[in-house]
Write a protein that binds this ligand. Sequence first.
Ligand SMILES: [Zn+2]
Length: 232
Amino acid sequence: MHPSDGEASKQFNSVHPHFSAESRNMRLGLCTDEFNPFGSFAAPYSCWPIILTVYNLPPGMCMRLEFMFLSMVISPSSPGWNIDVCLRPLIDELTQLWSFGALTYDISRKQNFVMRATLMWNINDFPAYEMVYGWSTHGKLACPYCMKNNKAFTLTNGGKASFFYCHCRFLPLNHRYRKNRKDFFIGRVEKDIAPPRLSGEELLDVVSEYGDIMFGLLLGKQKFPGFGLTHN
Ligand SMILES: [Zn+2]
């Protein structure tokens, strides 16, 4: 299955028919992770390659090396929350490509056209999620889907947050795991349904309540009301 068959892609096409009518408009994915060119022990030399992938291509081609664009390398160490500052030139260009496009030569049709681009998806692991999306992946509110509706609990002896059995409520109501009293929590049956899924507009409303966010580590640690309680 190709991402273009997915729900997100179909939704995008219905909301932006003008963009979708031009098949040469680019649908991009942004991938990043920490990479250490000198092995895992040379910590000061870790870097973050930022790679753009093209989803206009068939499944067998869109993840091939020759169609991956290394747009920048953040170096020499983990950018932390500074990743916003490092990514700014790329975001500016993506915004420009989305709003106005760029005059591009199509070699197969031998003509110029205005190519636009959209960033459809990000690919990163869970630790990188914190930096790229600004949602901490530590503590009880780590799960970016459940958010404040999480069912995480603290382990009595270890003192760490645990998500064991927290996501059985995403299963269909008649799923056998919900009634399994033996292999998850002893004697417990999961009757709750999955937490509500916020739309983009609803999420924007939530984020807007945090006030003016200043980007970059040099500005020091910022305090947001409700951090660790209602959001992460
Ligand atoms: Zn969750």
